[in-house]
Design a protein around this ligand. Structure first.
Ligand SMILES: [Fe+2]
Length: 276
């Protein structure tokens, strides 16, 4: 199975910009690149913050921009989105019986669980007892099959204070739900961080990546506001194999010279010495 992961598209109404960037233009370039290289992917997941302010015009622009995408689409919402507005524009997306944007889909590698960590009125992640009960049931139902989790907010601190202040609030409760099932949870995908990050939590590998419009600069000295940047956007190509999960990240706007390593675009002495 092949899956595309992208995150935090932060759409604004068509024709508007955000911090000087145009998320629509960037996403359209991203969709073109995905269709050209990965039109055969089995799924494309966007892990939330689909829009920046949640207006209908922003969701409309996102819907238009995603229409040409070839792989099937799965959307999560993030703290910048408005749940009801999202469902008006993407009514085919999965919703649980309590109205949260949560769902279950089975694929060859295992069961994919898509979680809703949004509480309107706070940028922090929220996973209430109703949602915790939903997740606990889903993890129980699956038996011994492998599970892959998708959510907007990371359920743990990452060591960057301004971002940790808006991570999931119910960290201990969430970990308590996941912990008994950790052996079958093969990977956790999330967004919200706007920068590449991977590691391991409770024995579960995780990854996220840069966003579409703007990024968070890696600044450990800044304890106050989140530092922004215009590092390049990326999408991830995730390959599920029997004995491994591979996550490639692709800076699809990179404009540097591409060349064969059997040759060199710069005929300098050092290269010739290294490869006589
Ligand atoms: Fe975001």
């Amino acid at each position: 199975m092949k899956m595309i992961h992208l995150t935090d598209t932060h759409f604004v109404p068509k024709g508007e910009t955000l911090y000087g960037g145009d998320p629509r233009q960037t996403l359209m370039r991203c969709v073109e690149d995905i269709n050209r290289q990965h039109g055969d992917a089995d799924l494309c997941v966007i892990t939330g913050d689909l829009t920046h302010w949640g207006e209908p015009e922003a969701f409309e622009s996102l819907q238009e921009s995603l229409a040409p995408l070839r792989p099937p689409l799965q959307l999560l919402i993030g703290n910048h989105d408005k749940r009801e507005e999202f469902l008006r524009w993407f009514p085919q997306q999965t919703v649980d019986k309590s109205g949260f944007v949560q769902g279950v889909r089975d694929f060859a590698p295992g069961r994919f669980l898509f979680l809703d960590t949004v509480q309107e009125g706070t940028p922090a992640g929220w996973y209430c007892e109703t949602r915790q009960a939903w997740l606990a049931e889903r993890l129980e139902d699956v038996g011994d099959r492998p599970v892959y989790l998708f959510m907007h907010h990371p359920p743990f601190r990452i060591g960057l204070e301004p971002l940790d202040r808006i991570s999931l609030r119910q960290k201990e409760a969430f970990a308590a739900v996941v912990h008994p099932h950790r052996a079958k949870i093969k990977h956790l995908f999330f967004g919200h961080i706007h920068r590449p990050l991977s590691g391991n939590w409770l024995g579960i590998s995780f990854s996220t990546l840069r966003a579409i419009n703007h990024q968070c600069w890696l600044d450990f000295t800044n304890k106050d506001a989140i530092a922004g940047s215009f590092e390049p956007p990326a999408y991830a190509v995730v390959l599920f194999e029997d004995d491994r999960l591979i996550v490639h990240t692709h800076d699809f706007l990179d404009a540097s010279v591409k060349f064969s390593l059997a040759d060199s675009p710069v005929k300098d002495w050092a290269v010739r010495q290294a490869h006589p």
